[in-house]
Design a protein around this ligand. Structure first.
Ligand code: NI
Ligand code: MN
Length: 225
């Protein structure tokens, strides 16, 4: 499994020969200026919620790639009505796609489209891939529901928001990594705008002190699991 960070909460995941794009907010992000969305491959686009900083590039990319948009029922219906291919899910449900098994899990956050349209509830995702399992928390507060994840899935990587203000901060993300029983964490949802700027060295130090590994990838960089 190869995971590429496209800035903010946007991720590219290559698994089982398929390309998954998560929360594509790339072209409006000045920090992601080096990423050309016209070159991104996508068989599936996974959306955690309907906020603008997660869906900005969905329609352009889905139109070009014919990717299937996987999201909660309300978001899937919204894009389905516009003619896009969708797969609706809801909390607690899972589905076996050709890239692996995807489970939709709880996230504590809101979810409305930029124009105010109801966007259902925010979610996170657990992907059980060919050889590795990952958790994408989405925008969320620290929540006890995270403890449910390792009861079903042994994780190899947790992708957690760490930017504070709209989501967990670094300290809560450390507790979250305890809850999901995964010490290997990829940080997301930080630095993009003023409210969520973080001190990288301090964040890395805090994780290190707890015996955990926080990765803060330069935008465009990848890790292999
Ligand atoms: Ni949000
Ligand atoms: Mn957000």
């Amino acid at each position: 499994m190869k995971i590429t960070y496209y800035g903010h909460s946007a991720l590219g995941i290559e698994v089982a020969g398929k390309y998954i794009l998560v929360d594509p907010y790339i072209s409006p992000n000045p920090l992601a200026g080096g990423i050309d969305i016209a070159t991104l491959e996508a068989d599936f686009i996974l959306l955690t919620h309907a906020h603008g900083d997660h869906i900005a590039d969905v329609e352009v990319i889905a139109k070009r790639t014919n990717a299937t948009i996987v999201a909660n029922f309300e978001i899937a219906t919204y894009y389905g009505n516009k003619g896009f291919a969708t797969h609706p899910m809801n909390h607690g449900g899972s589905w076996t796609f050709d890239f692996g098994k995807l489970k939709m899990v709880n996230a504590v956050h809101s979810s409305s489209f930029p124009d105010g349209t109801y966007g259902g509830n925010s979610v996170g995702f657990v992907i059980e891939g060919e050889h590795k399992n990952i958790y994408i928390a989405g925008d969320t507060a620290l929540t006890m529901d995270m403890k449910l994840i390792p009861m079903r899935t042994q994780l190899d990587l947790a992708i957690l928001p760490i930017g504070n203000n709209f989501t967990m901060d670094v300290e809560d993300a450390i507790i979250a990594s305890d809850f999901v029983e995964c010490d290997k964490v990829l940080g997301m949802h930080y630095d993009t705008f003023g409210y969520i700027k973080i001190n990288h060295e301090e964040a890395l130090r805090q994780f290190f002190q707890k015996g955990k590994d926080l990765m803060l990838l330069p935008i465009g960089d990848s890790i292999e699991l």
